[in-house]
Design a protein around this ligand. Structure first.
Ligand SMILES: CC(C)(COP(=O)(O)OP(=O)(O)OC[C@H]1O[C@@H](n2cnc3c(N)ncnc32)[C@H](O)[C@@H]1OP(=O)(O)O)[C@@H](O)C(=O)NCCC(=O)NCCS
Length: 165
C-alpha cells in the first residue's frame, strides 16, 4: 500500500470514480441478495447517474471532499464525505460529517487501504473542526460492519423497508 497515493479533490474528480462505483454496485448485489425481490439493485450505470448528481450537489459545499486512492495513476478506492446539520434530539456538534461512500477495489482490500482512507478523512475533519461523523452500511454487509466497529463506531439507527399493503 505504500505505493498508493491519497489525494483530496472535489467535483473535478468525479469522472474518475465511475469504475469504482461499478465495484460497489456489484458488491451490493453480492451482500444483499435477499433485498432483490423487494428492491432489485439498479444497473451500475443507472445508479451511477443518480449518485453522481448527488455527489455534484454535495461537493458544491467547499468543505465537502473526496479522497481518491491511486496506484500507478489508476484510482483504486475513494471516500466521499459531506456534512449535515447536527442532530435535534442529541447533543452533537453543529455539523456532522457523513461518509457517503467508501470503496476499495477487490485486489487492494485487506491491506489497510480502507483504514488509511478513513484516517485521511479524520485529518480533513480535524482541520475543519468537525468532531462527529457517521456512516451507513447495508445490514447484511458484515465485513464492512466489522470494519466500522473496529474503528470504534457505535450502531445508531436501524431502518426498515417494505411494501405498502
Ligand atoms: C470496506 C472496505 C472499504 C475496507 O477497505 P479495506 O482496504 O479492505 O480495509 P482494511 O484493509 O483497512 O481493513 C480490512 C478489514 O476491512 C473489512 N472488510 C470489509 N469488507 C471487506 C471485503 N470485502 N474484503 C476484505 N475485507 C473487508 C474487514 O473487517 C477486514 O478485516 P479482516 O481482514 O479482519 O476481515 C473495502 O473492503 C470495500 O471496499 N468493501 C466493499 C465495499 C463496501 O462494503 N464498502 C462499505 C460500504 S458501507
Amino acid at each position: 500500500v505504500d505505493e498508493v497515493e491519497i489525494t483530496r479533490g472535489g467535483r473535478e474528480r468525479l469522472d474518475e470514480l465511475e469504475p469504482l462505483w461499478g465495484v460497489l454496485s456489484a458488491h451490493h448485489v453480492a451482500v444483499a441478495p435477499q433485498l432483490a425481490e423487494l428492491w432489485p439493485v439498479r444497473s451500475s450505470s443507472e445508479s451511477w447517474a443518480r449518485w453522481r448528481a448527488f455527489y455534484e450537489e454535495w461537493l458544491a459545499d467547499p468543505d465537502a471532499f473526496v479522497l481518491v486512492a491511486s496506484a500507478g495513476g489508476e484510482p483504486v478506492g475513494y471516500a466521499l464525505v459531506d456534512f449535515h446539520a447536527g442532530e435535534e434530539s442529541w447533543s452533537t456538534g453543529e455539523r456532522i460529517a457523513e461518509l457517503q461512500t467508501l470503496v476499495v477495489t477487490a485486489e487492494w482490500r485487506s491491506r489497510g487501504l480502507g483504514r488509511r482512507l478513513v484516517e485521511a478523512m479524520f485529518d480533513e475533519l480535524r482541520r475543519l473542526g468537525v468532531r462527529d461523523w457517521s456512516v451507513a452500511a447495508i445490514a447484511s454487509n458484515a465485513d464492512a460492519i466489522r470494519f466500522y466497529e473496529r474503528l470504534g463506531l457505535t450502531p445508531y439507527l436501524v431502518s426498515f423497508i417494505g411494501r405498502v399493503p
